[in-house]
Design a protein. Structure first.
Length: 186
C-alpha cells in the first residue's frame, strides 16, 4: 500500500470545534488554534525572516477518510498532499498537512501546486476571496506519529493541532497545523 503521509501512522482523531469550547484547551494552545490570520506571518512577527519550510511529503494521494469527507471528495479521488515543517534555524515550530483538490488548484491558477519552500499561508492569505469554513481540533499522542516524523520534529509528548477548511472561489482545501512545544510560549 502506498503511504498517505510522512507524518502519521494513522489518521488523527479530530473533534469539531464548537463555540465556547476554548476553555478545554491550554491557554498557550488557544492563542495559536484561534489565530485568525496567517500562522506563518505570526511566526515571522516573532522570529523575523529566519522562518524556513522543509518539505516532508508532496504527492498526489487519496486523503484519509475524514479528510475526504471534509472536502466532499469521492472515495478514489486524489488530492495534492503536502506536509511540511516550519522551523527557525533548524528548531521545529510547526508541522502542517494540506490537502488540495484538483479543482481548487485550477481556480487558484496552479499557484498552490508549485509552492516549493514557500509557506502556504503566504499564498492563500493573499487571495481576497479566501473563506474560513470550519475548524476541528485534536490532541495527538506520540504513537500516532510515524517514527521519522517524531525524529524530524523532536516529538516526545502529545501535540495539539487544528484542521481548517479554507475555500478560494468556493473551492475547498484542508489545512492541518500542529503546534510543537517550542512555539507555545510565544
Amino acid at each position: 500500500m502506498t503511504t498517505k503521509s510522512f507524518l502519521f501512522n494513522r489518521e488523527p482523531v479530530w473533534h469539531e470545534h464548537r463555540r465556547g469550547s476554548q476553555h478545554h484547551l491550554p491557554e498557550a494552545v488557544q492563542s495559536w488554534a484561534y489565530e485568525t490570520g496567517s500562522l506563518t506571518q505570526r511566526l515571522r512577527d516573532y522570529y523575523g525572516n529566519t522562518i524556513a519550510v522543509t518539505i516532508l511529503f508532496h504527492q498526489w494521494r487519496i486523503p484519509f477518510l475524514s479528510e475526504r469527507r471534509q472536502l466532499q471528495l469521492p472515495q478514489h479521488r486524489y488530492g495534492l498532499t503536502r506536509e511540511v515543517m516550519l522551523h527557525q534555524q533548524g528548531k521545529p515550530l510547526l508541522l502542517a498537512r494540506t490537502i488540495i483538490p484538483e479543482e481548487t488548484i485550477k481556480v487558484a491558477h496552479r499557484n498552490l501546486s508549485h509552492l516549493g519552500t514557500r509557506p502556504l499561508g503566504e499564498v492563500i492569505f493573499s487571495y481576497p476571496d479566501l473563506e474560513r469554513i470550519s475548524m476541528d481540533l485534536t490532541l495527538i499522542s506520540p504513537a500516532t506519529w510515524r517514527l521519522q516524523a517524531k525524529q524530524t520534529a523532536n516529538i516526545d509528548q502529545p501535540v495539539w493541532g487544528r484542521r481548517t477548511i479554507y475555500a478560494i472561489q468556493k473551492r475547498p482545501m484542508l489545512v492541518s497545523e500542529f503546534f510543537l512545544p517550542e512555539i507555545l510560549g510565544h
